[in-house]
Design a protein around this ligand. Structure first.
Ligand code: HPA
Length: 279
């Protein structure tokens, strides 16, 4: 199975890849330049979401090009990583949350491939936006890792990701509102990435790493530096999780365990002309 890894803040350098090579993929939305290599017997395509130098802010990421590029390269499952603030007292610093739902509070992002016109109109089911089979593999991997002395981190099998537009952090009033709505963690990048992956028929899951308590929850100001600092301290956990998950992924994913391929038929149909033109 070809796996895509989308690295969020702090997850840029895929030492895990053997024989990594940069490839260039032209998409109708612009060029993407992921690294392609091997890890744990899988072909892996690695894409740093914010660019190799973290120069692209969340609201300017070319989500459509990224997902299209991975799809064109034949990626069937994506594991993404992302830093989040926690609104749930049970989700503490350094914890990994394998989110199962999102609430979208973004404002100004291109969020679909099904844009009407020649691309057609499709309304895709989002009952299970994050692939349950991939989440199961992540949970099993985390449980195995924490069973070893020295590998201490909390993990959560599910959680609700509130996606904000950014790039500013939230106000404490916003966080109170999001928590009341059922949010567990808050970040700026899961949407529309998760939605576009589902539209393209790719399984998608996220390791949301808690880097801070959400605004107003700790009584202190938030800084981007603190997010990066906590992330840097915990990247080894993320890489270890990715390795272990790749070992488990093959058995975890089958047509019976998820519905992530469902939208692929729309995707193939409405994009035939673009695929035709571009390949
Ligand atoms: N809010 C939004 N995005 C984030 C946060 C946060 O508190 N922490 C890391 N990414």
């Amino acid at each position: 199975m070809k796996i895509g890894i989308i690295g969020g803040s702090g997850v840029y350098n895929p030492d895990m890849l053997e024989k990594a090579e940069e490839v260039r993929v032209e998409t109708p939305y612009g060029m993407v330049r992921p690294l392609v290599g091997k890890a744990e017997g899988h072909e892996v395509v690695f894409l740093p979401r914010h660019g190799a130098e973290h120069s692209v802010p969340p609201h300017r990421i070319n989500y459509q090009a990224n997902i299209w590029g991975l799809r064109v390269l034949g990626v069937e499952a994506i594991i993404a990583t992302g830093a989040v603030g926690s609104m749930n007292p049970e989700m503490g610093l350094g914890d990994c949350v394998f989110v199962d739902q999102f609430i979208d509070f973004t404002k100004n992002r291109r969020q679909t491939f099904f844009d009407g016109g020649e691309n057609g109109v499709a309304h895709v089911d989002f009952t299970e936006p994050y692939c349950p089979a991939l989440r199961k593999a992540l949970t099993a991997a985390a449980a195995e890792l924490v069973a070893h002395p020295g590998a201490e981190f909390g993990f959560h099998e599910k959680g609700v990701y509130v996606c904000t537009e950014g790039p500013r952090f939230e106000t404490p009033a916003e966080i109170k509102a999001y928590a009341l709505l059922g949010g567990d963690v808050v970040g700026m990048t899961s949407f529309p990435e998760v939605a576009l992956a589902r539209e393209a028929g790719i399984c998608y899951a996220t390791i949301a790493m808690v880097t801070n308590l959400a605004a107003g929850m700790a009584g202190e100001k938030l800084t981007h530096e603190e997010v990066l600092e906590v992330m840097a301290k915990n990247t080894s956990t993320i890489w270890a999780l990715l390795h272990k998950t790749l070992q488990k992924i093959e058995g975890a994913h089958t047509a019976e365990t998820c519905t992530c391929r469902e939208a692929a038929r729309y995707f193939e149909k409405v994009f035939e002309h673009i695929f035709g033109e571009n390949q």
